[in-house]
Design a protein around this ligand. Structure first.
Ligand SMILES: [Zn+2]
Length: 284
């Protein structure tokens, strides 16, 4: 049974179409299978031989080979919309930590070219959705890793040199925010990818260096999820709260408060002793 990825309601309709609109939350659910069906059913009598080879490589998940072929086609004929869309998809599937920033930019520019050729193309809409979600997964992984590294670095240097610890944490978080900028500017339409990205960003906001627009966009994503799927929203809020209590930032705040309280107590005790001594001195 197909389910709406936003609210989980069952989706009915032809399995071969490019998208289904959810009757309950009105979300447009793009059919990922459409990309494969399109590659399979393309009219090869009218197209380039190379496109045929490229599509076969794509179907066989040999994304590097497919990308090389699509780029070759585009070098010769930049009006081939199919090649732009599939080149963007291949680029997204090939994205990993070593090339993420470059891949995100490249996939974006390929999709933009495809859109320029025909803004109303169904293939472009579905291709855009799949590319966003595939890239979003890689970005989420990278954001999580950078946030984890930020925390680890902070703890490693915290007791030795606090300002160095803060600097190290900021450096890692800046990388996370760079990836988040890509992800949040064109958010994946799958809430199970965009939601956790928003949670990661919001939990690092405590470090105090998160750009305000990222905070707002993350909150917008969570608010949108709240309107279509309240139970998933509550799950994300729970993650946000539980991870918050584990982070170094809050334990830092916690330990500062403890120090302050101990300081005040010591101060009061000393003042009391001074007054008592003064009173006993007065008796002598
Ligand atoms: Zn729905």
């Amino acid at each position: 049974m197909r389910e709406c990825k936003a609210c989980g309601s069952p989706l009915s309709g032809d399995p071969m179409v490019s998208s289904w609109k959810c009757e309950f939350c009105k979300t447009v659910n793009y059919n990922q299978e459409y990309i494969k069906l399109y590659a399979k059913n393309i009219d090869f009598s009218k197209t380039h031989n190379l496109l045929q080879v490229g599509m076969a490589s794509y179907e066989g998940q040999d994304y590097q080979k497919a990308l090389d072929i699509f780029e070759k086609i585009l070098f010769e004929n930049s009006a081939c919309q199919d090649a732009w869309v599939y080149a963007a998809l291949c680029t997204a599937y090939l994205a990993d930590l070593s090339n993420l920033e470059k891949s995100a930019k490249k996939a974006d520019s390929y999709l933009a070219k495809a859109r320029e050729l025909n803004p109303d193309s169904v293939l472009v809409s579905v291709g855009n959705s799949v590319t966003r979600n595939v890239l979003g997964k890689a970005l989420l992984k990278a954001i999580k890793r950078s946030c984890e590294m930020a925390e680890k670095n902070y703890f490693a240097y915290e007791s030795i040199d606090k300002s160095h610890a803060i600097k190290k944490r900021s450096q890692e978080l800046e990388i996370a925010y760079l990836y988040a900028t890509y992800a949040l500017d064109n958010p994946p339409d799958d809430p199970e990818i965009s939601g956790p990205i928003a949670v990661e960003i919001l939990r690092s906001v405590d470090a105090g260096i998160c750009p305000i627009h990222l905070k707002n966009k993350s909150e917008n994503i969570l608010n949108h999820i709240k309107t279509v799927n309240i139970s998933y929203y509550e799950q994300l809020q729970l993650q946000l709260r539980s991870s918050k209590s584990k982070t170094g930032y809050s334990s830092f705040i916690g330990s500062s408060v403890k120090c302050l309280v101990i300081g005040i107590i010591v101060y009061i005790v000393l003042q009391t002793l001074i007054i008592l001594f003064a009173i006993f001195d007065g008796f002598d």
